[in-house]
Write a protein that binds this ligand. Structure first.
Ligand SMILES: Nc1ncnc2c1ncn2[C@@H]1O[C@H](COP(=O)(O)OP(=O)(O)OP(=O)(O)O)[C@@H](O)[C@H]1O
Length: 227
């Protein structure tokens, strides 16, 4: 489902004499439907950079990043938006909060964007928020004022609302209490069981070992680091 082929990436620091910093060279990884792979490697190895390249937030210098039949490395912005709508989900570490949009609407939005009838989308959002222990009194409010852990759970509810066949998870269990952590791990297991291909970054090693089928050490492709 996700196929990364010989991918390289440099950053050009325009404010520092256009210095070119190579951060990844020749990375390849295949993730099948129903499989969960964790990106590992020392701090600065390029885990987040690879994740952002797969999602199309960072440009890829060379190589291919196939998600389904779309090559994110060469796709037009319009194709990437389409891919993100129905194929590729991303649970980032932090919720991007839009003032005045209710929590229910934040969670239902990925379903509404794919044509789900409003009543069905809101019911699904309520189910997810209940499961993640967001109190009902908060559902009509914007998550702007929520605690860090509450915002993270709203973000997870939103990320799991639509059944994406490919899913990127950036620290999905960070700063969760044991009960909510167990719920999120169960949700990831359910996504795998329905056939999602998942790539995650987990500093929570117990969670990683429980939920991931294998690890991908990004350090092997970091220029200048011992392999
Ligand atoms: N936007 C950027 N501009 C310039 N350099 C960047 C940018 N993003 C990342 N880098 C550099 O790329 C390298 C990889 O960073 P990245 O954040 O991907 O590492 P990581 O493995 O996710 O680290 P951590 O575990 O600490 O989050 C680092 O040397 C970092 O400084």
């Amino acid at each position: 489902m996700i196929s990364i082929e010989n991918v390289s990436k440099s950053f050009v620091l325009h404010n520092q004499g256009s210095a070119e910093i190579p951060v990844m060279q020749g990375a390849s990884l295949q993730v099948a439907l129903g499989e969960c792979v964790s990106l590992v490697g020392v701090s600065g190895a390029g885990k987040s950079t690879l994740m952002r390249m797969i999602y199309g937030n960072y440009l890829t210098a060379s190589g291919r990043i196939m998600v389904g039949d779309v090559d994110v490395a060469s796709a037009a912005p319009r194709e990437i938006i389409q891919l993100r709508r129905r194929t590729l989900g991303y649970v980032s570490q932090f919720l991007r909060v839009v003032p005045r949009v209710s929590t229910l609407d934040v969670v239902a939005e990925p379903l509404l964007a794919t044509g789900t009838e409003r009543g069905v989308a809101i019911t699904q959002a309520k189910t997810l928020l209940t499961r993640l222990n967001i109190p009902e009194r908060l559902w009509a409010l914007s998550p702007t004022t929520f605690s860090g852990g509450e915002q993270q759970r709203v973000n997870i509810a939103r990320g799991f609302a639509f059944p994406y066949p490919a899913l990127l998870l950036d620290e999905p269990t960070a700063s969760l209490d044991p009960t909510n952590r167990a719920t999120v791990l169960a949700m990831i297991a359910e996504a795998k069981a329905r056939g999602a291909a998942i790539i995650g970054i987990f500093h929570d090693h117990a969670a990683r070992d429980e939920i991931c089928d294998r690890q991908f050490d990004v350090t092997r492709f970091t220029p200048g680091l011992p392999a």
